[in-house]
Design a protein around this ligand. Structure first.
Ligand SMILES: CC(C)(COP(=O)(O)OP(=O)(O)OC[C@H]1O[C@@H](n2cnc3c(N)ncnc32)[C@H](O)[C@@H]1OP(=O)(O)O)[C@@H](O)C(=O)NCCC(=O)NCCS
Length: 339
């Protein structure tokens, strides 16, 4: 077995084909609910992963000339600059041979060089191989999340005909908030701090207009379309919002971002109102879209219920696990050759 660094922009067609095969094999075992991605979608996700700002690094493991495993590491910035978000996937046919562990071991020195002290794995299917592997290596669970998906063609669009609650109106934009709304939009985004995140170490910034503009520029620079539907009060201030990103290279896929309503405006249906408006806009303006995926804290019953009423289906429970870099280095120090 050989492990090497992988740089997506330099990859060959044969390497991309290997990634596609590995992705399909993993989906069949680890995420059987997931839509089967085309080769183009897999390539697009490698070239422009749906992450926040910060670089992504890859390591690949090869066995008998075939791609047997991948470590995909995102390095967030600013207040999360101590974190490495790691996703390791081993071909189901090559599991329990030490490959996943070897990939992590290979990545650790680079993570340390880049000042990371905490390794986090998101979206690990509860009860699956990944969760068992993580606990065996000393990771601990910090959060449970529910994954929900809306298959657009399967849903009655009547579910998205939601009137504005009395005293509120809709504002929508793509890419950048109008100057007149950016301050109240930033303030309303702060309501995301109330979303349950368990004991996860990730921090969410105190949003202000400057940070909102930075985030807008980051999505645009990476080619993402960033849609916002906002509920505004009679004074014209944003008090609730929902956001979704989409990349033209993955035209069928939509990724929900924040949905947040300021505390004093909760309980009036503004979350459902904004999300329904977003759906009406997407089906009208992006008819190529096939599905939208979102995840929310397993205890966040209000958000889960809003999504169900809009046609989402709950497809899986996932966990977030964390381990300190020091502890992982100690745990993985014993030299164990993959078999
Ligand atoms: C997680 C994953 C990468 C592990 O890859 P792997 O190469 O099979 O893991 P390893 O062989 O290095 O496993 C090391 C140890 O973890 C534990 N372990 C791994 N898989 C396990 C399972 N299914 N059940 C119980 N223990 C398991 C065992 O202690 C194992 O050592 P052993 O085989 O000597 O008993 C692989 O299962 C996978 O791709 N899962 C789907 C993606 C995912 O959930 N990743 C989560 C981490 S980001």
């Amino acid at each position: 077995m050989e492990i090497r660094r992988f740089v997506p922009v330099e990859a060959s067609e044969a390497e991309f084909a290997g990634f596609h095969e590995l992705t399909l094999a993993s989906i069949a075992v680890d995420r059987p609910d997931a839509p089967v991605p085309s080769r183009e979608a897999v390539v697009a996700d490698l070239l422009e992963p749906v992450t926040g700002p910060g670089p992504s690094l890859f390591w690949t493991a090869h066995r008998s000339g075939r791609l047997a495993g991948v470590a995909d590491v995102h390095l967030p910035e600013a207040e999360n600059g101590h974190i490495a978000s790691v996703r390791i996937t081993v071909d189901p046919a090559s599991r329990r041979r030490g490959i996943g562990t070897a990939l992590l071991r290979e990545a650790l020195p680079e993570l340390r060089r880049r000042g990371r002290t905490l390794v986090v794995c998101h979206g690990v299917t509860e009860g699956g191989d990944g969760e068992k592997w993580a606990y065996a290596l000393g990771f601990r669970q910090v959060h449970r999340r529910v994954l929900q998906r809306l298959m657009i063609a399967d849903v009655d669009p009547g579910l998205w005909e939601v009137q504005a609650p009395s005293g509120y109106h809709l504002e929508q934009w793509l890419a950048a908030a109008p100057a007149s709304l950016v301050d109240s939009f930033a303030r309303a985004r702060g309501a995301i701090h109330d979303a349950p995140v368990g004991t996860s170490s990730y921090s969410t910034p105190r949003w202000d207009a400057k940070l909102v503009r930075e985030e807008e520029r980051d999505w645009a620079a990476r080619g993402f379309e960033y849609f916002v539907a906002a509920a505004c009060d009679e004074g014209g201030q944003v008090v609730g919002l929902t956001e979704l990103v989409r990349h033209p290279n993955q035209p069928g896929d939509g990724w929900q971002q924040y949905t947040a309503v300021l505390p004093e405006h909760r309980g009036r249906g503004l979350g459902r109102f904004a999300k329904a408006a977003m759906m009406r806009r997407l089906v009208a303006e992006r008819p190529q879209m096939v599905w939208i995926s979102t995840s929310t804290g397993a205890e966040n019953t209000h958000m889960i219920e809003v999504n169900l009423r809009l046609g989402y289906t709950t497809v899986r429970t996932v966990v977030v696990v964390e381990a300190g870099l020091d502890a992982l280095e100690t745990r993985l120090r014993q030299d164990r050759t993959p078999r």
